[in-house]
Ligand binder design. Structure first.
Ligand SMILES: N[C@@H](CCC[C@H](N)C(=O)O)C(=O)O
Length: 299
């Protein structure tokens, strides 16, 4: 019997590996088991699936479900949102979109230069909003450290919500000199983060630039995390490490982040289509479109 399948595109959001699945018109969801199965195939290894569903609210273009590699659902995904814009813009010729996600409404626009800007909404810093397990004394850094008490390797992260929870550890040296693969899972699952957290290491290189590496909740090491770039940028500005307009360099490239005076955070960066296919949302089985032009894989 022929099984139900939906079209999907394998996309690249600055090294963030994204599957955009077209679930419009489908009366079903991508099952967590299907996401985990899809993530195991070498071809479709991804950081997030962005599942485009029919709109639920008048005035929006789509409801977007964001599914991490481990099958968990996220509230927000900056790089994935740019990929959804790119996919829908090439389908419809429209350049501006409003999406609904678990974090709320997100507006996005493709510019003349092909770069895509997403209004990521307002950052939140309250302990219940992030959320943290308990109130913290200093509103700009929490007491959390890795390594010996008197000589911690990482300590006192800034915490913020961009719809999803983030902790940013500030370091004075190259972000590559820290073993994020080792510290990431410990910090992601630390009891201070009841909903786990995305963990980043940030190095401010000038008043308008920082470099960032991220261990993503539900994923692991990633080459780019858009919400982490936003959380790092607003935390850097809030602690007077930078101004409100910064270039955030992640392993996959650069994102421009502006924390506007109206409190909204604007993220601008690229998105790239790689190949397409069809996906069974119940099992994660997929086939590649044979006629699809193949672009080079992400390095
Ligand atoms: N890659 C994303 C963030 C995806 C969600 C994250 N793993 C979470 O669970 O919060 C981005 O570009 O923002």
């Amino acid at each position: 019997m022929k099984r139900f399948s939906v079209p999907f595109a394998r996309m690249n959001g600055l090294g963030n590996e994204i599957v955009v699945a077209d679930m419009r018109g489908a009366a079903t969801r991508i099952a967590p088991d299907a996401a985990r199965a899809l993530a195991r195939f070498e071809d479709t290894r991804f950081d997030q699936i962005m599942a485009i569903h029919d709109p639920q609210t008048p005035g929006t273009d789509a409801y977007v479900r964001i599914i991490n590699r481990d099958g968990s659902e996220a509230e927000a995904c900056g790089n994935g949102t740019r990929c959804v814009v790119q996919a829908l813009a090439s389908e419809t010729g429209t350049r501006a979109f409003t999406f609904e996600t678990r974090a709320g409404l997100v507006t996005a626009r493709e510019g003349e230069d092909g770069l895509i800007s997403v209004d990521m909404g307002r950052p939140r810093f309250g302990w219940q909003e992030i959320p943290l397990a308990e109130e913290f004394r200093d509103t700009r850094a929490i007491e959390l450290q890795i390594g010996p008490i008197d000589a911690p390797v990482l300590h006192s992260p800034s915490v913020a919500s961009m719809g999803n929870p983030h902790a940013i550890f500030w370091v004075a040296e190259d972000v590559w000199s820290y073993d994020l693969e080792r510290f990431g899972p410990v910090l992601e699952n630390h009891p201070v983060f009841p909903e786990r957290a995305n963990i980043s290491i940030a190095h401010v290189t000038s008043p308008n630039a920082l470099t960032l590496r991220t261990w993503e909740r539900g994923v692991g090491l990633t080459r780019a995390c858009g919400t982490a770039a936003c959380a790092a940028a607003v935390s850097a500005a809030r602690t007077r490490r930078t101004g409100r307009l910064v270039t955030v360099t992640v392993p996959g490239g650069d994102l421009l982040i502006e924390w506007r005076e109206d409190d909204g955070v604007m993220m601008t960066g690229p998105a790239e289509w790689m190949w397409s296919g069809r996906l069974d949302p119940e099992t994660g089985d997929f086939v590649r479109d044979p006629e699809a032009e193949e672009l080079p894989e992400i390095a």
